[in-house]
Ligand binder design. Sequence first.
Ligand SMILES: C[S@@+](CC[C@H](N)C(=O)[O-])C[C@H]1O[C@@H](n2cnc3c(N)ncnc32)[C@H](O)[C@@H]1O
Length: 218
Amino acid sequence: MTSAAQLTSLAYAEQFIPEDEARESARTTGAELGAPPIGSGGGAALRLLAAASGARHVVEIGAGAGVSGLWMLEGMPEDGVLTTIELEPENALRAKRSYAAAGIAPHRTRVITGRALDVLPRMNDASYDLVHIDADKEGYPEYVEHAIRLLRPGGLLAMDNMLWHDRVADPAVRDETTTLLRNLGKELRDDERLIVSLLPVGDGLFAAVKRDTATRRR
Ligand SMILES: C[S@@+](CC[C@H](N)C(=O)[O-])C[C@H]1O[C@@H](n2cnc3c(N)ncnc32)[C@H](O)[C@@H]1O
């Protein structure tokens, strides 16, 4: 049972790092477009992962209006490039505008408009430092397999919504999406290719490091 004090702490942590004007504006746009942005707690965690790993080559599935992209770009080195895949042309356009409004140099972002499963197969193996998945939930199992293929050994996988509005943790909730995400999390927890953690920020940010299978270390 979660106490009121624990809920207060979670809310405090979620709001701990305030968003700047560019992210606030992208957040408003994302909500208007029906492309719900990552929360600020999840965004700050993404920025941390990008900074800690020195991620220069980042892939995102689901740009929305660009909130998560802005967080990651802030953590990446100045020569880092974000490639983000977005199905909806309007969302892709808004993501580009959000990056520009935040002063991100155009060569640092590549927004690919298209269906993730059409784009991902064209991307190179073991070439990326960080992959963030935040698109249609039905696609997550296939996106994860592509992400593991795209990541270099030691690279990071991040997936938003892995607690899915507090539904995953409740075994009585068995709708299709909840069951899919619950099962996926458990499968990946036991996947020898990964070292995983389910971070209780926002809607649940699943994070994992791809092991170096050649050495059995990272
Ligand atoms: C939750 S929103 C992303 C929010 C964004 N990451 C942010 O923090 O601002 C999900 C996005 O995934 C996109 N999407 C849905 N299905 C997709 C697919 N098959 N391929 C690529 N993008 C997809 C949607 O159009 C939507 O913009």
